[in-house]
Design a protein around this ligand. Sequence first.
Ligand SMILES: Nc1ncnc2c1ncn2[C@@H]1O[C@H](COP(=O)(O)OP(=O)(O)OP(=O)(O)O)[C@@H](O)[C@H]1O
Ligand SMILES: [Mg+2]
Length: 224
Amino acid sequence: MVNNILAITNRKGGVGKTTLAVNLAAGFAINYNLECVLIDADPIGSTSLWMENSKIKGLKVRRLTLPNSSSNLHHALHTWGAAVSNMALDCDIVVTDLPPIDIIIFTELLRQVRNVIIPVGLSSLEWEATFPLIERVISTFNENQETKGIIVPSRIHPQKNLPRDKIIEVLPSQWKLSPQISLRSDFQKGVESGNWIGETAPNSLAHNELNSVIDFIARELNII
Ligand SMILES: Nc1ncnc2c1ncn2[C@@H]1O[C@H](COP(=O)(O)OP(=O)(O)OP(=O)(O)O)[C@@H](O)[C@H]1O
Ligand SMILES: [Mg+2]
């Protein structure tokens, strides 16, 4: 297993996985001058579509759909993981944008990747969907001390204060809470114009928030 692979995932749809994955990958490439591969593992292919025409120095986009049904899911996911690991050997960092996945696939995924990043909003529905994943990372951590998880508060209303202390209190120690990504039209506009936020809204509040998240993740995962 290679350590420079980041899986952006959640059980829920529409929480901001693709928005985070694209901006994170582009940000690593530009801010830190890293060779980065962004893997679109979602069969819908929103990442590939988004980044189809953008040319970002140091960033390559590849499609490698995560298998979700197969008579031998374990084997299929192992093959997927091996292909991702192979790509990881030739670059500094791999960011994978995953579709919404169930707990069985998530458990298999944890055999292939060590770094899990989960964007999650403030609603109790989103937290309820997230806790089984958090617990699964803890049980994997007990077997493999290198498994790490980061929660990225996502699509948070800018006027709402995130109860960070309360969240950190209930998060197990293997999990870190990153700065937040707010609900901002600049994130939405980035998607529409097919580029990352550093290009579409440089020095905006959204760009600054993203940079804080990138710096946090880079520090926590010892990327820099
Ligand atoms: N921080 C944000 N501010 C404003 N809009 C956002 C933000 N994050 C995501 N969005 C918008 O919310 C929608 C869902 O975002 P996104 O596609 O990133 O989620 P996802 O978790 O990848 O969804 P899916 O499960 O369908 O893959 C998109 O229209 C996106 O532009
Ligand atoms: Mg997506």
